[in-house]
Design a protein. Structure first.
Lengths: 121, 121, 121, 121
DNA sequence: GTGGTCTAGACCACT
DNA sequence: GTGGTCTAGACCACC
């Protein structure tokens, strides 16, 4: 998974979101160590300070924990991760309903479509 | 509604999509004339050739019709527009389900969430 | 009231605390505008970025609100301010009890002393 | 316990206070010998003259006694130590009440808070 | 090596 | 003018 940054939002927020995604989807597994700030920064091609800010947001959100001297690791708390997962799911839902609204579908219609459609797989 | 372009896809495709959206959502109403290529191009801040390519894609898709002498107008065909609307709705749905999958929700779970949640408003 | 900074803690935290104090004690009244970041930074003799970080913490804590273009003002929410006031009072209490403990007084003794003593004024 | 010095007060006063604390809290027990001036000075990373001044203040206060030949020891007088302990307790109390006043609590309120709160442990 | 802090200076959008 | 973001580079404490 590559970093995908645009200028529609502060970079550090986008970084935080994408790292959160990796955590929630298990790319960075629960309890495991994260790459160092400098590594991540180099990988994402941003200034270490910017990456730091992103990570510090994850700390605030309880998704990561930092051990001053020995790096930073993903939280071991299932609750914290599930809370984030739920938050993300709600975002997805909101985006879907808004997208549908823009095409002229009411929330009810949007829901109905999902119930019926997409029965493949 | 402003133009939103990035470099993840050819610009003319993004333009076509966004104009299609405007058509489907009634910004450019059925049967009415579209702004001229030059106007649209200036507004979107792209080269007229690029905009031309976007519009000719809409022609191909049956969403617009060009009349040699009097410019280009939105199709008057309800079917054409509904087809496009349906295509877009399916895209939205697909995007939603994929997004949810990435967070670890199965299609079934994603459907259930939509049925239950988002009852505000 | 002058700024008082030492190197026992990050400067930005000390700044945030001292501004919070000013808010709670009414130096910066509820709903009123705060001096600009640059002003405060100059006054405290720190880099604007450092002051910004302090203020951004106050925003996070709900003690201030920032209006992108027209400056930052103290929250108008009584609850937010009372919550902060309570938090500070608890800190004071904790500091007192710990100080007393270090001199060899139990919590109970420390409480008794406060009840009896200090009847001057 | 480490030495904690700032430039808000003469260093020798801060040293005296911190040694007094150690005496009152039993780190340097009643009647026992103190480390030598040189030792203490080296530990606190100050000039021996400064430390000397701090210790002679303790002598003045009756907390320590110096025996020409055999160094300096903590007083064996319970009264002297209790007096110091009481003085410190009053300082703590004063600091607490002043802190609370600054947040907008009257002395009465500050007392009430201590009576009710902090029932943990 | 790790995370964290601070400064200096530039740039942006908004009004 | 306002707040906010980003970069570059230095320094610190910890192990």
């Amino acid at each position: 998974m590559k970093w995908k940054l645009d200028d529609s939002m502060p970079i550090w927020i986008q970084l935080a979101e994408q790292i959160a995604q990796r955590i929630v989807s298990g790319v960075y597994p629960m309890g495991e160590k994260l790459p160092s700030v400098r590594e991540l920064a180099a990988d994402a091609n941003v200034n270490p300070n910017t990456m730091q800010r992103a990570l510090s947001k994850l700390d605030d959100d309880g998704l990561t924990e930092t051990n001053r001297t020995s790096g930073r690791s993903v939280t071991a708390s299932v609750e914290a991760i599930n809370a984030e997962r739920k938050k993300m799911a709600e975002q997805q839902m909101k985006r879907y309903l808004e997208g549908m609204a823009q095409i002229g579908f009411s929330n009810a219609e949007a829901k109905k479509m999902i119930e019926l459609g997409e029965d493949e797989e």
